[in-house]
Design a protein around this ligand. Structure first.
Ligand code: TYD
Length: 205
């Protein structure tokens, strides 16, 4: 089973990914917990060229063209799919990824790139069984990650996150595998909502 968590920065993806991995492990499944951008040389290149500020998300990406940015994320993903995701799924493991190509659609579309081009570019990416979109208002996410941000960039970041959230919600209408989860709830409640959907999916398999 291939599971993806998506959402704007500060939505709680990594916490929920960890809890979900533990849930599967407790039930005897072999789990691969992974993320994008990856920790491979490709991911490191992205961190250096696009995410130079460390915790500031993609706001610094103006240093390279938006197209180059999208291609770098896609290259990182191609390696991720080829070297880790596909082999792990073939070996019968549960793969949980903190971000996947939906991030490219939401963020690079917010940069002004053409959505159809982005979808084509990511056509190679194996489809997940389910994608949890952890949705919350940008104001709340900004409060959660305030400490990660540079103050002078606040307005720019806010505007970008607002567009990204809107894009995610539009994508959820286009991709039936995407399930919207209210990320305003506490960690436990969000986890339980995710588990309920996973149990339904396991029942169908
Ligand atoms: P993030 O999940 O914050 O990674 P980390 O916590 O390891 O630094 O992701 C970094 C940023 O990259 C985030 O703002 C979203 C952005 N991003 C894209 O713009 N496109 C993509 O395809 C991916 C995977 C991430």
């Amino acid at each position: 089973m291939f599971i993806v968590l998506e959402g704007i920065d500060g939505a709680g993806k990594s916490t929920q990914a960890r809890l979900l991995a533990e849930w599967f492990e407790d039930r005897g499944y072999e789990v691969v917990l992974t993320k994008e951008p990856t920790d491979t040389p490709f991911g490191k290149l992205i961190r250096r060229l696009v995410l130079t500020g460390g915790r500031e998300g993609i706001i610094d990406g103006a240093k390279i063209s938006h197209e180059a940015e999208a291609l770098l994320f896609a290259a990182d993903r191609a390696e991720h799919v080829d070297k880790l995701i596909r082999p792990s799924l073939d070996a019968g493991k549960v793969v949980i990824s903190d971000r996947y190509f939906y991030s490219s659609l939401a963020y690079q579309w917010a940069r002004g790139l053409d959505l159809e081009w982005l979808i084509d570019l990511n056509r190679f990416a194996v489809k997940p069984d389910i994608v949890f979109l952890l949705d919350l208002p940008v104001k709340e996410s900004m409060n959660r990650i305030r400490s990660r941000k540079v103050k002078s960039e606040f307005d720019k970041i806010f505007e970008l996150q607002r567009k990204v959230r809107e894009n995610y919600l539009k994508l959820a209408e286009m991709f039936p595998e995407m399930k919207i989860i209210n990320a305003m709830e506490d960690v436990e409640t969000v986890h339980n909502q995710i588990i309920a959907l996973i149990e339904t999916l396991l029942g169908e398999k």
